[in-house]
Design a binder for this molecule. Structure first.
Ligand SMILES: [Zn+2]
Length: 84
């Protein structure tokens, strides 16, 4: 357990982008640290600002929606059945 980051996950906040990509908005990222200028919480992969109004419990995120980028990938809990 780390006190530094809470264990939750979320889709990215598409409103932060000028040209949201509807398909990739369905990907769920592990929450990381606060963004440098306080825009929100960064994903652990560093690619996205997360929408913390749509947070998930990491264990509840289906394998197909999990971000597999380095950083997020290591954060996902194992799933029953080994679907990954
Ligand atoms: Zn990610």
């Amino acid at each position: 357990m780390s006190a530094e980051t809470a264990d939750w996950a979320a889709t990215r906040d598409a409103s932060w982008y000028q040209r949201p990509n509807v398909r990739s908005d369905k990907q769920v990222h592990m929450a990381g640290r606060m963004a440098p200028r306080g825009e929100g919480v960064m994903s652990r992969c560093g690619r996205s600002i997360l929408d913390d109004d749509s947070s998930w419990r990491p264990a509840d995120v289906p394998a197909g929606l999990r971000c597999r980028a380095n950083g997020c990938r290591q954060g996902w809990p194992a799933q029953d059945g080994g679907a990954l």
